[in-house]
Write a protein that binds this ligand. Structure first.
Ligand code: SF4
Ligand code: SF4
Length: 240
């Protein structure tokens, strides 16, 4: 594992401990779920979390979906899951969903985002929190259903890397909206020899050599780590 991925693993582990373990023993104060915040705002009018939302939003506007690749506890679990699959099956290339299906499915998470906001408002209850897979790992909102969903999405992530993050996560959808035009972008430079090694390692199936979809990129930098030509930059969009 290179230095960048080692640092990412340390940061992910720290957030996982903060998010899950502290939530189990202490309180929802340690929960960083933006959707949970939205539900609290709709149901209770709470705004105590606004500073956290501002920080995560700014982070996303500047760097893209860094939260997904570095801070989300579910992202951490799915990351381990697909890497276990790669190890066990000795895969040289990550499994891909057929492109025509993938290109449609990435919009499903936006439908889920809107649907849960409407359901929370009209049913006046925590609709997403009660099914959120991470709820199963904490004492915040875990239900039998959230536990079953957690097992289901882990299995899904074993077959298709980060499938939950790509297609189902409403937080990914929300952060995707904030990262339509991030300040820092991933770009290929002129050292690229079009070997496509980066594409084979991208867990969310981004065609780096054609078009880097910044809204789908979870900033895991697996592509950067895999490129042997140092041909992928991460810099402000105005820098050439
Ligand atoms: S791995 Fe590097 S050199 Fe190969 S296609 Fe990707 S960016 Fe280009
Ligand atoms: S493009 Fe690179 S940083 Fe973005 S998700 Fe794919 S591998 Fe990770």
């Amino acid at each position: 594992m290179d230095k960048l991925q080692t640092i990412r693993k340390i940061v992910q582990s720290a957030f996982f401990i903060k998010f899950v373990i502290l939530s189990v023993f202490l309180s929802s104060f340690f929960c960083l779920c933006i959707f949970g915040y939205i539900e609290q705002f709709i149901l209770l009018g709470s705004i105590y979390f606004v500073p956290v939302v501002i920080v995560i939003s700014l982070l996303t506007l500047i760097f893209g979906r860094l939260f997904c690749g570095w801070m989300c506890p579910l992202g951490f679990i799915f990351d381990l899951t697909y890497k276990l699959r790669v190890k066990l099956s000795r895969l040289k290339k990550l499994p891909e969903v057929p492109k025509n299906i993938h290109n449609k499915l990435i919009y499903l998470k936006y439908v889920i985002l809107i649907l849960f906001i409407i359901l929370t408002y009209y049913l006046a209850t925590y609709t997403y929190c009660s099914v959120c897979p991470i709820g199963a790992l904490t004492n915040l909102s875990g239900t039998l259903l959230s536990f079953i969903i957690l097992i289901g999405v882990i299995l899904l992530g074993f077959i298709y890397p980060m499938a939950f993050c790509r297609y189902l996560c409403p937080i990914g959808a929300l952060l995707g909206i904030f990262s339509i035009k991030p300040l820092f972008k991933l770009k290929l430079n002129n050292k690229c020899v079009n070997c496509k090694l980066c594409e084979r390692k991208c867990p969310v199936q981004i065609n780096l050599t054609k078009n880097i979809d910044q809204t789908e990129c979870i900033r895991c930098f697996e592509c950067v780590s895999s490129c042997k030509k140092d041909a992928i930059d991460f810099k402000p969009f105005f820098k050439r």
